[in-house]
Unconditional design. Structure first.
Length: 604
């Protein structure tokens, strides 16, 4: 382990392990099979990369996507680790070069697709040269229970046979037990050690609001993150195009991404995002698979995903570097309706599961508890703190209203007075005393419940109606989402049940502790200056900026402000090779800035 720790410092510039990394690395170096389940950003890649550097011989990594392989191999080379990949995007000449490197035993890590590693020619070659360890990345692809089953992964069951009982490590971010058991079985692992981390992503700041004026809501988030990278997810392609056009017209630096575009256009936009020529990508959820960009600082959902599994996976693309990232979800009751109708053609059993997941997602949106707690509970884990300090609830952005029972009773009575024949928008208009023509024509201004909540804006009351639905006091029926009062709703009318109703807080909300901590001691202008230097290096080398240095390393530089190479090596995320390559230029930038601004250097 000592050797591994030295490697971690030398190549990656990290002097501590992230949770479970040490145990996962021990398994590799001891030759014990393992299944490592860590959330996105949990540091899974280092679990096999660091031991691979210390071991004799070659480690083979099986990975499902060319883009993922490319990203990891580029990052390893940047750190000075001899790594390569073989995939269909390489020319015959490039492939030959990798073959010679394998034969000459010059490589430490080789990335391959599942099809390739079990192909005859490769098995022969690798048998001759020897394989010391096999890492299966994104191992949930083995399982039909996972969200991304890949039939090619099933063939990996052969590995134990063809490579004479080689040690295997399987790595995934998918939590559920069926998937874990399936991985062990399909890969014929021997007594694998199961290392299962916490699924909490403490650096993600979750915020949920009902969709009102979506352009205004989205722009507010973008304005909080000027110059930073982010993703906006829309449910449909046409929404992607519309939102992108409107944002571009307002001067935001955006590009679209969806399956209706040509491969070429999609690739161009994805590359522009990765290399930070474009700040914000507006996309359907097709975007993000296979993207390792570590510094996505905000992620916006303009519609509700169909399950918390999807939400967890999509938000997983933010804040992979462990620094804060804001995840805003704007939902509406209509989203629930859209998903429900899309699910109407499913087989009954599958539909039951999908509907269950959909209602849990909707409960999450409308529910009034800590978002981190709610997500973790869904995945069967508990949060070990009372206040996460990283969601709209814990930051006090939403208040529970005091007179929730009376307010709910007013709403439910109005639904009954309207004879359970109208939807949420109409009911909210009646309650707030609107003079809309249709209300007057229907003589609903004569109802006793008309204008009962006229002290509030219509969108606030509409919000409460959604919240009552999310907590099962009201249900929506039929094609037009007509409101009906449920049994629980009747109990509320009798005063026997009290719902929780939320509204935006009147007082200013707190700033998340995650944000305060990650910026502590960092000179923000120096950070910006260093970002520019990093961008110039990245452009010159033709690699993404975050592969040169992650945001976490840049912030640590802007915190420590090193004046010498020795001090520069103390920065988290600066290993020896990166120090040799970029030390001079980064140190010069730090020195210039500190001199100009009379700022102290070498801060501990
Ligand atoms: P995953 O594959 O689990 O999503 P990665 O392997 O991409 O996670 O790691 C996420 C981020 O954490 C990367 O920026 C990586 O460099 C960083 N990281 C990994 N291990 C450590 C460590 N021991 N100390 C600090 N940062 C680390």
């Amino acid at each position: 382990m000592e050797h591994i720790q030295e490697t971690l410092v030398k190549y990656w510039g990290y002097d501590n392990f992230l949770p479970l990394q040490k145990q996962a690395m021990e398994c590799v170096s001891r030759g014990q099979d393992s299944i490592v389940v860590l959330p996105t950003g949990g540091g899974k890649s280092l679990c096999f990369q660091a031991p691979a550097v210390t071991m004799q011989g070659l480690t083979v990594v099986v990975s499902p996507l060319i883009s993922l392989m490319k990203d990891q191999v580029d990052a390893l080379k940047e750190c000075g680790v001899p790594a390569a990949r073989i995939d269909s995007s390489l020319s015959a000449y490039e492939q030959q070069a990798v073959f010679s490197a394998i034969r000459d035993k010059r490589l430490k890590l080789l990335y391959l697709s599942p099809e390739r590693i079990v192909s005859d020619g490769f098995v022969e070659l690798l048998r001759k040269t020897g394989v010391s360890f096999i890492a299966i990345d994104e191992a949930h692809c083995v399982s039909m229970w996972g969200h991304n089953f890949r039939p090619e992964y099933r063939q990996l069951g052969l590995l134990k046979e063809v490579f004479g009982d080689v040690t295997i490590g399987a790595y995934t971010a998918t939590a559920i037990e069926q998937v874990r058991n399936d991985i062990a079985e399909q890969l014929h692992l021997k007594n694998p050690r199961m290392l299962i981390g916490s699924f909490d992503r403490p650096n993600l700041v979750y915020k949920v609001r009902r969709r009102a004026n979506i352009m205004k809501q989205v722009c507010a988030v973008l304005d909080r993150h000027k110059g930073e990278s982010g993703i906006i997810y829309c449910i449909r392609r046409k929404d992607v195009d519309a939102m992108c056009a409107q944002l571009a017209a307002k001067g935001y630096n955006v590009a679209p991404y969806h399956a209706g575009m040509t491969d070429e256009d999609r690739k161009k936009n994805q590359d522009s995002f990765i290399t930070e020529k474009v700040e914000t990508i507006v996309a359907t959820i097709a975007f993000g698979m296979g993207i390792d960009k570590s510094n996505v600082r905000y992620l916006i959902h303009t519609g509700m995903p169909k399950s918390l599994e999807h939400y967890q996976q999509e938000t997983g693309r933010a804040g992979r570097d462990g620094l804060e990232a804001e995840c805003c979800l704007f939902y509406s009751g209509g989203d629930y309706g859209i998903w429900k109708s899309l699910m109407s053609d499913m087989e009954p059993e599958a539909q039951k599961i999908a509907m269950f997941k959909l209602s849990r997602m909707y409960n999450y949106c409308t529910g009034g508890v800590c978002r981190h707690k709610a997500i973790l509970r869904y995945f069967g884990q508990e949060l070990d703190k009372n206040n996460c300090s990283a969601c709209d609830m814990c930051l006090g952005e939403l208040d529970c209203i005091d007179d929730a029972l009376q307010t709910a009773q007013k709403i439910l009575s109005c639904v009954l007075r309207l004879e359970q024949r109208f939807g949420g928008g109409y009911t909210a208009s009646v309650l707030t005393g609107s003079h809309e023509k249709r209300i007057l024509e229907n003589k609903h201004d004569e109802l006793s419940t008309y204008g009962l909540l006229s002290n509030y804006e219509k969108h606030t009351v509409h919000d409460w109606i959604e919240q009552l639905e999310g907590q099962d006091y009201i249900e929506k029926v039929g094609e037009y989402n007509i409101l009906n009062v449920t049994e629980k709703g009747w109990q509320t009318l009798k005063g026997k049940e009290t719902p929780r109703l939320l509204r935006p807080a009147q007082k200013t909300a707190k700033v998340s502790k995650v944000i305060i901590d990650s910026w502590e001691g960092v000179d923000e202008n120096l950070f910006e200056a260093l970002r520019k230097v990093r961008a110039a290096i990245a452009r010159k080398k033709g690699v993404p900026a975050y592969i040169v240095f992650g945001d976490a390393a840049l912030r640590d530089m802007a915190r420590r402000r090193p004046s010498t190479t020795e001090r520069f090596l103390e920065v988290k995320g600066v290993g020896e090779i990166k120090c040799q390559q970029y030390g001079k230029v980064m140190l010069a930038a730090v020195r210039d800035y500190c001199l100009t601004n009379s700022l102290e250097m070498d801060v501990d």
